[in-house]
Design a protein around this ligand. Structure first.
Ligand code: ARG
Ligand code: ZN
Length: 875
């Protein structure tokens, strides 16, 4: 079934109140739903009431206290139809269903994780609990009563505020929760089990005292401190940056170990993948700390952007996700280093969203069609969705943007809104017409800007010729011209900005060229000397650039651009160009060589004390194999790319050995561990230096020493990765892998790192390594974190292993995806996207990949989730 945006219509019935009663048991949980149903005024009394279900076992239906005659009902596991609802405009409907949470391996609806009952209802999991109008524009006030055996589940949580609790006969007990804010069913949540608690509180700016709780596996309370701190900082920040205050008496977070995604923003009861809650220096890396901070913030921010204002339908998913990602990006930028955060965001966008936008799974930020909504929780909806909001701020300026956001909250609080509503508040707040800009929501594909420049000294004129194009994408062959805010700078000798006396050919405001036509010739007058031009500063628009830049200009910008992002970009472009040239040399049977000025520049960036260590670490991180492949675009041979990358790493290491070694020593940190951004930055720089130094003589011994003396997981995991990747098969690598395994065998989240590091060891042997690890005692096909660490890493972060020339990587992968699918279709479908760029491979691999995709498509009993991905990938 294909769902279409234009088919939206409001439902005939509303459910203003929902009362749920759960009697929990692993194999036979009984759910009684008592719904207050209202017919809309203009709807005929003969309109049937059709409720969504998904695999439900129905026990009982009553209307206004009376059992419904079978002839007046149509029932199936996936639907419940009341053929003759009462004539009265308002009635009560009781539905009783029975569930087996212990057997629910899809992890949607009510399931058990580590003996804890929990729920995941977004997008359409609520219908696996009871029959309902399971669509986000049905807002209801929920009251939830949970009954369970006290020994099995001493803790009983749901949305909103606690109302009442007490004992029942035979060792059972109950708790009642009430959420006064009308909400869609996807925000419903329930948790019951034996969990440890970390308690704190927060006083909002208007004086409301909020009790905060984070619940974790008993004994792991000490690992939740960082998450709690991040939560309080998030609450504070949303008050300051967006004027948003929390609105209930309690805010709870529960960490569970089986979870399909990162976390879920259920009203007043966020449920998290424990990977994004639990951390201390012994078990979590700096990247883990940063992710926890960002995701705690993200889910908390949803309370306003998602919960108070929700989505009319699932086509509007980016209304809450793109906006909330933008908010969490800004939060992290304020808490850490803005420049470093921006570079990391762009790297993520390019690594995940660009290939999506440039391949068979491309879709607009607001899609018009879907078959399986779970497959649209994508980098496009989330990350590009965030970039679109960022562009609105760039175009309007921070103040007008804030006024627009204020208007959004004021106008749409309590509503299920659309992207049109969102754009309208900014048009109203600014008086601008954003209709051309709105194409960013409606048109798929990454726009490209071709830019060239000329300088005419006699006329003192500097000219930029800019041409936009948007490549065709599936089902959108012809594209309209976009409004692209292109931030730029003209830079003169010594890095000083170059002034100009006038500009024509495009509207230029505050350092931003507004590209709106196919072609602009932008003339800057009064420019005596030829400047270097810095383009797409701060990554003002999510586009690709084909700029004719002289190498000398790139070197100049890499040293002098005052925009930190663009300075990073200039060096990264130099590295990419060198890697692509080396790739071609290797294909031509030559030894690759690199310009000494490039390896020298790497050295001077590494030791430039005016730059933050975290920034230097990002600059020194070479584009990954997949980044290079994406930039080459077609006829990809991953082995040649990898060889080019290895050669450049070695060249940089050899050219800078002594300097890197001195710097590496000077960065050794003897002070007490702190997860703060500055300390993390120093560790990041030291660890990337280790990576280069490990390629030089005695590199394995150096890395082994780093591993042994590590006093935190960041350093330990970094050293282990260097040993496993750079010294694969060496005694040092084997010893470290074994030691790590022994130390952390009983800590699944840490073992995920061990799986990840091994799954990403480049080379043809990776298939066998990964296959063998699927039999490891710590691995489980039923746990999404394990599957992603081992299979996800292999297929998306190991180009030479996964794309092994004989196709064995693909075949192993296909078998595994089908095995995962039997339990968890959603996770399987997500894994399968790893094959989306198959058409850019060289012909041999392309044929192998195609064959494997076809074999998945032909598998028996394919889930809707996986079928959707595979068929679109092949189309
Ligand atoms: N709304 C969640 C978040 O981004 C994601 C939940 C998606 N879950 C799913 N099964 N599709 O914060
Ligand atoms: Zn979200």
């Amino acid at each position: 079934q294909v769902f279409k945006l234009e088919d939206y219509r409001p439902s005939d019935y509303l459910i203003p109140e929902t009362s749920l009663e759960f009697r929990l048991s692993p194999q036979a949980t009984v759910v009684a739903a008592i719904l207050t149903v209202e017919r809309r005024e203009d709807i005929s009394t003969s309109a049937p009431l059709v409720l969504d279900g998904d695999g439900l076992t129905l026990k009982r239906v009553e209307v206004d206290g009376k059992v419904v005659r079978p002839a007046d009902l149509l029932t199936s596991p996936d639907q419940l139809t009341l053929l003759k609802p009462p004539a009265a405009p308002r009635f009560q409907l009781l539905i009783e269903t029975e569930l087996a949470p212990a057997g629910n391996e899809a992890l949607m609806g009510l399931y058990r994780s580590n003996n804890v009952y929990c729920t995941q209802c977004e997008a359409e999991g609520f219908r696996r609990i009871t029959y309902f109008l399971d669509r986000p524009d049905i807002l209801s006030v929920y009251t939830v009563r949970i009954e369970a055996r006290r020994d099995e589940a001493p803790l009983l949580l749901s949305n909103g505020n606690p109302v009442e609790s007490g004992d029942l006969a035979e060792g059972w007990h109950y708790a009642t929760w009430h959420d006064p804010f009308p909400k869609p069913s996807y925000l419903f949540a329930l948790v019951a089990g034996n969990l440890g608690q970390v308690a704190d509180n927060f006083v909002t700016k208007s004086g409301r005292k909020v009790e905060l709780g984070i619940y974790v596996e008993p004994g792991k309370e000490a690992l939740a401190g960082y998450a709690m701190d991040a939560l309080k900082r998030s609450m504070q920040w949303d008050e300051e940056a967006f004027g948003r205050e929390y609105d209930l008496d309690v805010f709870n977070i529960v960490a569970v170990s089986d979870f399909n995604m990162g976390a879920m923003e259920n009203k007043g009861l966020n449920i998290f993948n424990d990977k994004y809650v639990l951390a201390d220096q012994e078990t979590a890396t700096d990247a883990d700390f940063a992710n926890i901070e960002a995701i705690i913030a993200h889910e908390y921010f949803h309370n306003w952007t998602g919960n108070r204002i929700t989505c009319r339908d699932w086509f509007q998913l980016c209304l809450k996700e793109g906006l909330t990602v933008f908010r969490d990006h800004e939060f992290s930028a304020d808490q850490r280093s803005r420049a470093v955060k921006r570079i990391a965001e762009v790297r993520t966008l390019r690594a995940h969203q660009f290939p999506e936008d440039q391949g068979p799974l491309a879709h607009p930020v607001r899609p018009r069609r879907y078959r399986e909504i779970n497959n649209f929780y994508t980098a496009t909806v989330y990350e590009k969705g965030s970039e679109v909001v960022r562009m609105i701020r760039t175009i309007l300026g921070a103040e007008v943007f804030r006024a627009g956001m204020d208007l959004y909250f004021e106008r749409h609080d309590g509503e299920a809104a659309t992207i049109e509503d969102f754009i309208k508040v900014f048009e109203d707040a600014s008086g601008r017409d954003l209709s051309q800009f709105a194409l960013w929501y409606h048109q798929a594909g990454t726009p490209n800007l071709t830019v060239s420049s000329t300088h005419n000294p006699a006329a003192q004129e500097f000219t930029l010729e800019i041409e936009q194009s948007v490549p065709p994408t599936p089902s959108e062959s012809r594209k309209r011209l976009m409004h692209i805010p292109l931030a730029f700078g003209l830079i003169g000798a010594g890095g000083k900005p170059v002034a100009y006396s006038g500009v024509e050919g495009a509207s230029v405001e505050d350092g931003v060229i507004h590209v709106r036509k196919r072609r602009h010739v932008v003339r800057f007058s009064g420019v005596a000397e030829r400047p270097a031009v810095s383009l797409n500063r701060g990554f003002s628009a999510p586009v690709t650039l084909s700029a004719e830049q002289k190498a000398a200009d790139q070197y100049f910008l890499a040293r002098h651009d005052s925009d930190a992002f663009s300075r990073w970009q200039a060096f990264n472009t130099l590295l990419t160009d060198a890697l692509i040239a080396a790739f071609r040399q290797i294909l031509g049977g030559k030894q690759p060589d690199f310009a000494p000025r490039l390896t020298e520049l790497a050295g001077s960036i590494a030791s430039d004390e005016t730059l933050e260590p975290a920034y230097r670490a990002l600059a020194l991180a070479l584009p990954g194999d997949a980044d290079i492949a994406r930039d080459i675009g077609k006829n990809i041979d991953p082995d040649a790319i990898h060889a080019a990358r290895q050669a450049l790493a070695l060249a940089i290491g050899m050219a800078n050995g002594e300097a890197f070694s001195g710097l590496y020593d000077s960065l050794a940190d003897k002070s007490a561990f702190s997860p703060d951004a500055a300390s993390a930055g120093r560790r990041a720089l030291r660890n990337i230096l280790l990576d280069y130094l490990s390629l030089l003589p005695d590199g394995a011994a150096l890395a082994a020493g780093h591993f042994q003396s590590a006093s935190n997981m960041t350093d330990r995991a970094a050293a282990l990765a260097v040993l496993a990747h750079r010294h694969h098969g060496s005694p040092e690598a084997s010893k470290a892998l074994a030691a790590f395994e022994q130390t952390y065998a009983s800590d699944p989240l840490v073992m995920d790192k061990w799986f990840q590091i091994q799954a990403s060891v480049p080379g043809p042997q990776a298939v066998e390594t990964v296959r063998a690890l699927t039999a490891h005692a710590g691995f489980s096909m039923g746990n999404p974190n394990r599957v992603r660490s081992l299979i996800g890493t292999f297929s998306s972060a190991n180009q030479t292993g996964f794309h092994r020339a004989d196709g064995e990587g693909y075949r192993f992968f296909a078998r595994t995806v089908l095995e995962v699918e039997k339990r968890n279709p959603q996770v399987a479908a997500r894994l399968a996207t790893a094959l989306r760029s198959w058409r850019s491979l060289e012909p041999g691999r392309q044929a192998q990949a195609r064959e494997v995709l076809v074999s998945i498509a032909n598998a028996e009993n394919l889930s809707a989730d996986l079928r959707d991905i595979v068929e679109r990938t092949l189309a």
